[in-house]
Design a binder for this molecule. Structure first.
Ligand code: SF4
Ligand code: SF4
Length: 390
């Protein structure tokens, strides 16, 4: 059944989806979406651009509907009518305004970092965000793979972009161009297990590629799942106590999108001295980064992230842990003026082995905002005039 017909049949207009939604509050949005999707009316692009694609609305809806199931096809329809804009092409690895290429040029980084790249049964796939923006995520994971003694290889660089973020932005080109090539390279390296950093890459390899090319003969795990396995098998035994009360921030596309939330918590509970404040995902919420909101409405995106800082502080935590590059970036930027530290799960675990990965948050944020200015014609950064970053 098409999404509009299903929504019309089951939705009671009870408004429970809007009670949890960080971005919308008008129930009339539902009728506007019906009308747009049925070709009876237009819609303001700004209306559609506010959705974080967090999935909170679907979780709150008694019928399992929510708003995202209408907004996502409406975005696709709009791209079909108006074509791709610079906000969509900036995540296309082959586009002139690709954000990751801009960052590696500005930072003077090599396109392919100097990690092990030969054949091995464990293939680590950091994805573009951990390769070029939150580089500490990849460095910490590699340090832990070394510590565990497993035979691993790293498949990174723009040529292996998974294409998932472009597809989510309404541009299926990259996933169609890259999926087969990526799968061939994973198999050429002899993978038994593919480990991804980014929840988007995880979905691409776990769900989207198999739909395109059938089931593959290697296992796909998100890094939290693989780290939990290494701890369970005794290949990683956290040693140095880390005395923190931590708040685990569930990345929407991992927890609600893929149902993975237990393993990261198990990793944190295995670190001596660490106390986990939120044991389950029940009250989890969005960081504000996703769905392109960080680039279309930066201030709103950072306000949503500030709510996560408040939630963590109310639970008496001194540290927020997450495991998604977008969440990391937004939570760090929202907390830049405050005291609550933000760390990646692998980065935190690595500290328990005496492996402190260097991180320069100020430089990372400046690079990201400068790249947004270069990639998007009308981008206004949240913290100052555009020219500051040009
Ligand atoms: S919660 Fe579900 S049933 Fe209620 S208004 Fe939202 S989509 Fe409709
Ligand atoms: S996906 Fe998130 S931001 Fe989008 S409508 Fe649902 S709750 Fe709101």
């Amino acid at each position: 059944m098409d999404p509009v017909a299903k929504h019309k049949e089951l939705c009671t207009l009870c408004g429970q989806c809007l009670e949890v939604c960080p971005m919308y509050e008008d129930i009339e949005l539902i009728e506007s979406l019906y009308a747009f999707l049925e070709g009876k009316a237009g819609i303001e692009p700004e209306t559609l651009s506010l959705c974080l694609t967090c999935g909170l609305c679907a979780g709150a809806c008694p019928e399992g509907l929510g708003l995202k199931m209408l907004i996502s096809p409406a975005r696709m329809k709009l791209v079909g009518e108006k074509g791709l804009g610079d906000r969509q092409t900036m995540v296309d690895p082959d586009a002139e305004n690709n954000i990751f290429r801009k960052i590696l040029e500005m930072a003077g980084l090599p396109e392919v970092p100097d990690y092990k790249a030969g054949p091995a049964p464990v293939v680590y796939f950091p994805g573009c965000a951990a390769t070029y923006i939150n580089t500490s995520m990849a460095e910490a994971t590699v340090a832990l793979l070394e510590e565990s003694g497993v035979d691993y290889t790293v498949m990174s660089g723009l040529e292996y972009c998974c294409g998932a973020v472009s597809a989510g932005a309404g541009n299926p080109g990259p996933i169609q161009r890259k999926a087969e090539k990526n799968l061939k390279e994973v198999k050429r390296r002899g993978a038994k297990v593919l480990v991804t950093a980014c929840p988007g890459c995880f979905k691409a390899f776990k769900e989207v590629y198999p739909r395109m090319f059938g089931e593959q003969d290697f296992e796909v795990l998100q890094v939290s799942q693989y780290l939990e396995r290494l701890i369970r098998e005794g290949k990683l035994v956290p040693k140095i106590p880390l005395d923190h009360r931590v708040f685990y921030h569930d990345p929407c596309h991992l927890t609600r999108g893929m149902g993975v939330y237990r393993e990261a918590r198990a990793v944190l509970e295995a670190v001596p001295g660490t106390e986990l404040a939120n044991k389950g995902p029940e009250n989890s919420a969005c960081c504000g980064f996703g769905g392109g909101v960080r680039i279309s409405s930066p201030k709103k995106a950072l306000n949503v992230a500030s709510d996560r800082h408040r939630a963590a502080a109310e639970l008496g935590c001194d540290l927020i842990i997450t495991n998604c590059g977008g969440c990391m970036q937004n939570l760090i930027e929202a907390g830049a003026e405050k005291k609550l530290e933000v760390a990646d799960l692998a980065e935190y675990l690595a500290r328990s082995f005496g492996k402190d990965v260097a991180r320069d948050d100020r430089k990372m944020l400046e690079m990201a905002n400068r790249a947004y200015c270069l990639c998007i014609k009308d981008y206004e950064p949240p913290g100052g005039p555009t020219k500051k970053y040009k």
